[in-house]
Design a binder for this molecule. Sequence first.
Ligand code: AMP
Ligand code: MG
Length: 338
Amino acid sequence: MTTEFIDIRTDEKEALEKAKRLILKGEVVAIPTETVYGLAANAFDEKAVEKIFAAKGRPQDNPLIVHISEMSQLDALVEEIPDKVKMLAKKYWPGPLTMIMKRSGKIPSVVSAGLDTVAVRMPKSEYARAIISFSGVPLAAPSANLSGSPSPTRAKYVLDDMNGRIPLIIDGGECEIGVESTVVSFAGEKPRLLRPGGITLEQLESVAGEVEVDRAVLNKLEKNATASSPGMKYKHYAPKADITVVKGSLESFCEYVKDKGDFFALCFDGEEKYFAKALSYGKIDDGKSQAKRIFDALRELDEMGAKKVYARCPDLKGMGLAVYNRLIRSAGFDIIEV
Ligand code: AMP
Ligand code: MG
């Protein structure tokens, strides 16, 4: 299959028309969103959704998020809309927040990996919403990377992973946020954070009251444990390089790595000078800047041929929680405290 590449910033009409035609034919199209690029297909079309799993090489027990452009599309997807979902939607949609509810019968079970729930999000990206509303159907989409690799925040990284596997990539420039959406489940008694992202825990609680944090956000799941979000089971976001996360001050980090031989330091802005080889992933006290850089930095480390990487650990406040959640998975939970 040849993969066509269109820039929606310069050829909007052509991009929308081609995307619509392919989506309604049951094909998969890579689209820009404000979080990361997505691999999108008609959420009502079971065969089309199966092609997403094939293109990504993703196990079918890892569910997808259904993307909508208007509130009115939500009714058809879920059994009922809990009040807290309405409140959060009012405040944070469109935006990087995914909410899980009981699934209606219209959504094929493959979208939700056989669960009785469905995850829904209204993206903030104008391009993403234009593609959804022009196509006229909600779009099921995971991140547009090969399963296990860092999520793509630029169209060129989508091309690296998806060339020859899907018919169309729509370039909408660099993603504003850089990590995936926050995922909160409303299928149980209390709201439960399954994945931290662009909307912080603090922001959620200011609207919805107490939100439980699933154990898997910060910890590795024990073997045989059931994941509330099946995606949490896999090593994820990993570059080719082997990563170790080192928790502690800059001083103790330097002390720890000083006799480690050949390695890259994945550090904060301004710290590069302390290491022979280093790449920074944002400002030390700014989780937002780290979120925007983390996946790019992981891919850049591969481009630079890094084999061993020691990473500085972010602070867990605000967006830092999302950054930490991705970083420890990319390291396969290899974390050292110094
Ligand atoms: P991605 O954005 O590529 O990481 O893929 C979507 C992620 O959303 C999955 O890996 C799950 O963690 C989560 N998710 C989607 N649907 C559900 C659901 N029904 N229940 C729990 N988690 C879900
Ligand atoms: Mg993903």
